[in-house]
Design a protein around this ligand. Structure first.
Ligand SMILES: [Zn+2]
Ligand SMILES: [Zn+2]
Length: 447
């Protein structure tokens, strides 16, 4: 029979086991930091009604017009793979009545998203996002807090050279005036715009500002700036946000060119940008979307959030040579010679694993030498060899694979406790024990 050679689809990637520690590190950082800020995790379906994305992301955006994967099976409604996480998360908050449980509601997610884009470094067709949403507050303190959370993650990861850009794109009222000004500006050069943008001119001229075509972006350079059109309420919101960021010692730059690619944003928008992955790359982008929940549920409820691309975060950490948490390795390898010893090895492994110890023994049928080579390859912290004489004496030598040190331990029911004690002292000697009061001088403690 002919074999079928299958390769992964363009724009997707495999994360092989030896690379998983990077993902575990980054997912650990984002989850721990979000929890420290009081956000709770949520999981939502991979596909949703296409109408949800058309309505929330916007039918004039590239994402909806060009990049969505529709997934329909016979007789199904029109579904699409999620191109981003906010729409589905907000849908879930509404559908599960979570918005009736008091404010603010703070959730985070780690999920994959799908966009049919031209694959390039740091931009895949299936990519992974960490995101947060906070619902039920229009206060600029919430904006500052969400930005502060993103900043904490970037700092915890150790990233350098990341710039925070903020902008306000106003509310529907101030934006109506701005749209009129944009229309007037772009109408003058309408025949130079790309086909897509000419279509956007009437309905949503702001989208022209983030068109990727070189001609459109050149024309957009001279366009009017939203900050000149903000209403009193939006201006005050933006000024207070800047005050809070300054008070929290978070450095930022105002950049009126940041409009974010999706329709649902209002007032605050922000991006954390790195120059370390080739072209300028956005590590994190977000903002406020006060009208989105009302669009989907009929009930007004201000909200805001951000998303971070995990591939991009990992890529930037790699480029900057940052540390990822080390992979967990096998605690003990129990080698054996002979049938009786191999049964004993399996028994001991099962007992140790029940205690949470990572233990392995031979399941291939290798000779002793090959078993020890394998233990080395695994990076096992300790090893034990069982043979007839060990079974006879009910003791065996436990070898520290790093130092070569050996101690004799009983291999009866006392083994587990004895080994756990060895393991704990191994872990303690591996990490530096910090002196917590080192930096405190006696004069610092006063009343
Ligand atoms: Zn306004
Ligand atoms: Zn264009």
């Amino acid at each position: 029979m002919a074999t079928l050679k299958v390769q992964r689809p363009k724009g997707t990637q495999d994360v092989v086991p030896s690379q998983m520690y990077k993902w575990n590190t980054v997912e650990g950082i984002v989850k721990d930091t979000a929890s420290a800020y009081g956000f709770r995790e949520i999981r939502i379906p991979t596909f949703e009604d296409t109408a949800l994305f058309v309505r929330s992301v916007g039918d004039t955006t590239d994402v909806v017009q060009k990049e969505m994967y529709s997934v329909t099976a016979k007789g199904d409604a029109d579904f699409s793979l999620r191109p981003e996480g906010t729409a589905g998360t907000i849908r879930a908050l509404i559908e599960n009545g979570i918005l009736n449980e008091g404010f603010p509601q703070k959730v985070f997610y780690v999920l994959s998203c799908f966009r049919h884009e031209k694959p390039q470094a740091g931009r895949l067709r299936e990519f992974h996002q960490f995101g947060v949403e906070m619902a039920g507050t229009k206060d600029p303190r919430a904006d500052a807090e969400v930005i502060s959370l993103a900043k904490s993650i970037i700092d915890t990861a150790g990233l350098r050279g990341i710039k925070l850009f903020i902008n306000s794109i106003g509310c529907p009222e101030c934006r109506a005036k701005y749209h009129a000004a944009l229309k007037e500006y772009f109408a003058g050069r309408a025949d130079e715009l790309c086909d897509t943008c000419r279509g956007r001119l009437e309905k949503n001229p702001m989208r022209i500002l983030d068109c990727k075509s070189p001609v459109c972006s050149e024309i957009a350079e001279g366009a009017p700036v939203i900050l000149d059109y903000l209403c009193e309420d939006c201006r005050e919101h933006f000024e207070k946000l800047q005050q809070y960021l300054t008070a929290m010692d978070i450095k930022f730059e105002i950049n009126p060119k940041i409009v974010r690619g999706l329709d649902y944003y209002t007032k605050t928008v922000f991006e954390f940008v790195t120059t370390d992955i080739g072209a300028q790359g956005t590590v994190c982008g977000g903002g406020r979307y006060d009208g989105l929940i009302e669009t989907l549920s009929g009930k007004p409820c201000p909200a805001l959030g951000f998303a971070m691309g995990l591939e991009r975060l990992i890529l930037t950490m790699e480029k900057q040579g940052l540390d990822f948490a080390a992979e967990d390795t096998c605690d003990i390898y129990i080698a054996s010679m002979g049938d009786a010893a191999s049964v004993k090895a399996m028994q001991m492994c099962a007992e140790l694993r029940a205690d949470g110890v990572s233990a392995e023994c031979d399941v291939v049928g290798r000779g002793l030498k090959a078993q020890m080579k394998y233990a080395d390859k695994l990076g096992a912290k300790f090893s034990v060899v069982l043979g007839d004489s060990e079974l006879e004496s009910q003791t065996a030598e436990l070898k520290n694979m790093q130092t070569g040190e050996k101690v004799t331990l009983p291999i009866d029911e006392r083994f587990k406790a004895a080994f756990n004690a060895m393991l704990i002292s191994h872990m303690l000697s591996a990490e530096e024990i910090e002196e917590p009061f080192d930096e405190l001088e006696s004069g610092d403690i006063t009343d």
